[in-house]
Ligand binder design. Structure first.
Ligand code: 1CP
Length: 343
């Protein structure tokens, strides 16, 4: 019997430098694909879509059929957690997420155990996808970083986060307690995802920018450490990718303190910073500008070569610095993925 091949993504996260990096793209499932837009018309709304395992599995697999990506990411959203904790969440067509009033934190805390059961459909999606995905392609589960999720819960929508940051200064104890509740429910959710078939776990801290170092350590580093420790404590060995987007120089503080295997870098990350993290034993992921992917042309080709040269000598996962934009030409995606997988 021949042994199943270990997916390149998992080899990279185990610290291996490979002949070519594995590649996947944030938001690879979704609005840039016509087949996604067609599928989307069949769902009552976005939340119902995420909680329908058949449809969500189909959305997860669509980009895998079209492109030779090395990993799939489960179709879901970071805002499923606040909903599972009892705060209203809905999506306004063409605008984005909206959340109802923030319930008292202890009311949310009482829902932590129930929240995991309310997210069972995402586990079913993962099992369905794992059953259909080739063994050499990895399946990624994810959740939002507690601070990022808290910004939506506090602001009630996507925003510049100024109200949430003000809240962090004016009500530090309430914020810390809210983050604790989110750490608990997120850790349980990620354990459930790993048990259902997720082979790597990503924490999207999309709004980590603009925080002073001590605040960053308190509201980003601490909660991420706690999540990883809880998930590990539950016996899960799947590697983690942490994505403190916008953290700038504090990415190094993050990498030094959070026991994640992989650190995802955003578009501003200098080559030298990536190499330092590799030298410190982290696998890095990133960091192509999603605007450059959309723009295409010689500048895109040149930048792809530059990343391969700068980061290809250490453990590296090729990806974007933020998610694919809806109007990105499919040929641009195909061209970059072809270049990376050609080696
Ligand atoms: O109209 C539609 O079809 C919904 C658009 C959409 C999609 C396809 C939303 C609403 N979420 C998703 C899926 C999604 N969200 C995935 C699926 C897997 C993949 O990457 O292909 C993932 C990983 C997310 C994660 C997510 N949701 C993040 C973190 C990553 C990031 O982009 O920074 C955030 C911030 C969200 C919130 C959210 N959900 C949807 C939107 C439009 C937003 C952003 C709103 C804002 O700008 O504040």
């Amino acid at each position: 019997m021949t042994q199943a091949p270990v997916p390149l993504l998992l080899r990279a996260l185990a610290g291996e430098t490979l002949p070519r990096p594995p590649v996947w793209f944030m938001r690879q499932a979704g609005r840039s694909l016509p087949e996604y837009r067609e599928l989307r018309t069949r769902a009552k709304d976005f939340i119902a879509f995420c909680h329908d395992p058949q449809m969500a599995a189909e959305a997860t697999l669509q980009p895998m059929r079209r492109f030779p990506f090395d990993a799939a990411i489960v179709f879901a959203d970071i805002l499923l957690i606040p909903r599972a904790l009892g705060q209203d969440v809905w999506f306004e067509a063409g605008e984005g997420p909206r959340l109802g009033e923030l319930p008292p934190v202890e009311t949310l805390a009482a829902q932590v155990e129930a929240s995991t059961a309310r997210l069972a459909a995402i586990g079913e999606t993962l099992s369905l996808v794992r059953g259909q995905l080739e063994p050499e392609r990895a399946l990624i589960g994810f959740a939002g970083g507690p601070w990022t999720v808290a910004t939506y819960m506090i602001e009630g929508r996507g925003s510049d986060r100024s109200a949430a940051r003000t809240f962090a200064y004016q009500h530090p104890q309430t914020l810390d307690r809210l983050l604790e509740v989110l750490v608990d429910s997120t850790a349980r959710y990620l354990v459930m995802q790993a048990k259902a078939g997720a082979q790597a776990l990503k924490i999207f801290e999309s709004w980590a920018e603009g925080l002073a170092e001590d605040v960053f350590e308190r509201i980003v580093v601490g909660p991420h450490k706690a999540i990883v420790e809880k998930v590990r404590g539950a016996g899960v060995t799947a590697p983690f990718i942490g994505f403190p987007r916008g953290a700038g120089a504090l990415v190094e503080t993050y990498a030094a303190q959070v026991p994640v295997e992989g650190v995802a870098l955003d578009t501003q990350a200098p080559f030298a910073l990536g190499r330092r993290l590799q030298a410190q034993g982290k696998t890095i992921q990133g960091a192509l500008d999603n605007l450059l992917l959309r723009a295409g042309g010689p500048a895109l080709d040149a930048r792809v070569e530059a990343y391969l040269e700068a980061w290809g000598q250490g453990p590296y996962i090729f990806n974007l610095g933020h998610g694919i934009l809806p109007d990105t030409p499919i040929e641009h995606i195909a061209r970059v993925v072809e270049r990376i997988t050609r080696g």
